[in-house]
Design a protein around this ligand. Sequence first.
Ligand SMILES: [Zn+2]
Length: 88
Amino acid sequence: MAQEPGGARGKTESRAVVRTVEPGSSAICAHCGAPVKFVARAQLRQVIANVYVNATWDRVEHYHADCYEEANEPYGSPNSDQGRADHR
Ligand SMILES: [Zn+2]
């Protein structure tokens, strides 16, 4: 459903994925500035954005899933890539 047309991966464009927050995460939310912390039993989600500047990878930004929506999805709708990355 969220597949990109033509199978292009858009490797030189900023993009975002939704991931579960993992223990030991020390990322800071780029929207609210608070840590994106693992909370036992809460299954929190974060958005990880690969940010490209001038078609070159520049940095990774982390957001709370809610904050990313609040920020109006600056890097597009996040893809859920949990099925591929996790073996559970
Ligand atoms: Zn936040």
